[in-house]
Ligand binder design. Structure first.
Ligand SMILES: C=C1C=NC(C(F)(F)F)=NC1=N
Length: 221
């Protein structure tokens, strides 16, 4: 296996759905299936917050969602839990600034996809140095999906990274919807990542399709 090419990574970041059991009243598998039918291009299993599953229950749900993604040819990324990612042979991991050091994670996961959260140029450059394949940058807008989210930074943080010469694939995160997706792509993101815009939508399938269309339209500028 080799590291994912930058071009393919950018394509995969177009509509990056993130969820765990705590993000919907509905079974996660039902929501994910709708999201996959709607055209999400990458999935992250993020099992966090009060009531989050642990141990065998968490692994069982991860495997169930991984099987769904495999059926649709969509890579399956695990948030934070590197051991779980290795145990189920996930396609990659995403780590935050407070999680395990990205360099050590890269050593553990080999050529799997490594995503790192970054909030500014300094963190972005360090993540590139550590071997990240993409950056998650945000929160761009106020978010309801993360209890301890930092201050919303607006799309300008994306412009600042690109003006600093950061060329690594970047996905924007934080309060993103089909209405503001175009703005963040024009500011320099290769794609958008969402939790509630899809997981809390009346139709996750329609929400995913609307996001895919918004990103596609923004890219053709
Ligand atoms: C805190 C996070 C920030 N960014 C991302 C991603 F969108 F995947 F890059 N995922 C997270 N869990």
């Amino acid at each position: 296996m080799v590291r994912i090419a930058s071009g393919e990574m950018k394509e995969r970041l177009a509509v990056y759905f993130i969820m765990g059991s705590q993000n919907s009243e509905r079974p996660a598998a039902d929501v994910l299936k709708e999201a996959l039918d709607g055209g999400v291009t990458l999935f992250q299993f993020r099992e966090k917050g009060p009531g989050a599953l642990k141990g065998a229950d968490k692994e069982a749900l991860a495997r169930q969602l991984q099987r769904l993604c495999r059926a649709y040819g969509v890579p399956f990324i695990v948030n934070d839990d590197v051991e779980l990612a290795l145990a189920i042979d996930a396609d990659g991991v995403h780590v935050g600034q407070d999680d395990e050091d990205a360099r050590r994670v890269r050593e553990k996961i080999g050529d799997k996809i490594l995503g790192v959260s970054a909030h500014n140029v300094e963190e972005a450059m360090a993540a590139v140095e550590a071997g990240a394949d993409y950056l998650g940058v945000g929160p761009i807008y106020p978010t309801s999906s993360k209890e301890d989210a930092k201050e919303a930074q607006g799309p300008d943080v994306l412009r600042r990274l690109r003006e600093a010469g950061i060329t690594i694939p970047i996905v924007a995160i934080g309060g993103i919807t089909a209405a503001n997706a175009k703005t963040v792509v024009e500011a320099g993101a290769d794609g958008v990542s969402v939790i509630s815009a899809i997981a809390s939508a009346p139709s996750p399938k329609a929400a995913a399709a609307a996001l895919a269309e918004a990103v596609r339209a923004a890219r053709t500028r």
